[in-house]
Design a protein around this ligand. Structure first.
Ligand code: UGA
Ligand code: MN
Length: 326
């Protein structure tokens, strides 16, 4: 038989095409090793999921704020306004206060430094606090600042700082959101129960303060659920003979009275009155803490630490490491 060259080519062509098609069809088929690959990719997938869960957890833990639950967001906000100034015990005071405030729902901490600029110490403390906060600063004018040698009662303290917080609140409050303002000094001791009392303030609420005014406590006197006077020994004729820690003001009232502020020139003991006089009358005060029979805040004052050894060592050039923050 005579084999035509053309036929050889045709057969060769057909065989190659069929071979090629077979090879192509095989590509999509599973091979023996697929099972291994599949379980490996499942494992990677599971690990990736775990990793992202852990990353979220880490974000939450490192987060600047704890995430409020919806029920918490419905509560009136408590704005705690804290004036503060640099001194040896400042960090200790602020750590203690911030960790109390962490337990309070829907709270916004306004910290106002009595300083020409925000300090690193307070900035870092706030950033790591997990609290919702606003950080402000304003320096008390020199002529109004207490000198080291002055007795501590000579000049009112934290006045411009609280006024700056009032200004911030009037400019930045969330429209329509109910809120209460409480002036929480950095050195007092606060029961968590106090904040439950503060939260329901309609205009101005009041309660006793422990360890103040040379007494075991000072308190508003209540009859038929109305404030009728004050139990106090020092300057009882003041319009509102109360400590700063003994009242809270509804933000609405501060917005309705945009001029109300603390008076830098207020006579000793009259600072609280200088604000309250332009806001309420005594009959309008809302008594809290079981008709003002429970002490839930204490006017504690921290002793100034003695630095005798530190100073002696410093003179010898052996003072403590200044890079360690106290
Ligand atoms: C009492 C009241 O409890 C204060 O609320 C009130 O401001 C003060 O009297 C006053 O008459 O001015 P006291 O314990 O004697 O308080 O005052 P501090 O606790 O020394 O100061 C009150 C707040 O102001 C604190 O938060 C403190 O850190 C801050 N402060 C104090 C400054 O911001 N700058 C200062 O130079 C001193
Ligand atoms: Mn104090």
């Amino acid at each position: 038989m005579k084999v035509k060259l053309k036929n050889v080519f045709v057969i060769y062509f057909l065989v190659s095409v069929i071979g090629l098609m077979y090879a192509l069809l095989q590509l999509g088929q599973p091979c023996d090793c697929t099972q291994h690959l599949k379980s490996a990719s499942d494992l990677i997938h599971a690990k990736e999921k775990k990793l992202s869960q852990l990353q979220n957890e880490l974000k939450r833990l490192q987060g600047r704020e704890k995430v409020p639950e919806p029920a918490e967001q419905a509560l009136p906000v408590i704005y705690a306004v804290t004036p503060t100034y640099a001194r040896l015990v400042q960090k200790a005071e602020l750590v203690r206060l911030s960790q109390t405030l962490l337990h309070v729902k829907n709270l916004h901490w306004i910290v106002v430094e009595d300083a020409p600029a925000k300090t690193q110490l307070v900035s870092e403390l706030l950033a790591q606090s997990h609290l919702r906060f606003t950080h402000l600063h304003t320096e008390t004018p020199k002529e109004h600042k207490r000198k080291e040698s002055d007795p501590n009662w000579l000049k009112p303290r934290g006045v411009e700082q609280r006024n700056l917080a009032l200004q911030w609140l009037r400019e930045n409050h969330e429209l329509g959101k109910k809120a209460v303002v409480y002036f929480a000094d950095d050195d007092n001791t606060y029961s968590l129960r106090l904040f439950d009392e503060i939260r329901s303030t309609k205009r101005v609420s009041v309660w006793p303060v422990g360890l103040v005014g040379g007494l075991r406590f000072e308190r508003p006197l209540v009859e038929n659920s109305k404030v009728v006077g004050f139990y106090t020994a020092w300057k009882p004729n003041r319009p509102f003979p109360m400590d700063m820690a003994g009242f809270a003001v509804a933000l609405d009232l501060l917005l309705a009275n945009r001029e109300a502020h603390f008076d830098l020139l207020a006579e000793r003991g009259y600072l609280e009155s200088s604000l309250l006089q332009s806001l309420v009358s005594i009959e309008e005060l809302e008594p809290k803490a079981d008709n003002c029979t429970k002490v839930l805040v204490w006017h504690t004052r921290t002793e100034k630490p003695k630095m005798k050894q530190e100073e002696l060592l410093q003179k010898q050039g052996l003072g403590s490491d200044p890079s360690i923050e106290v």
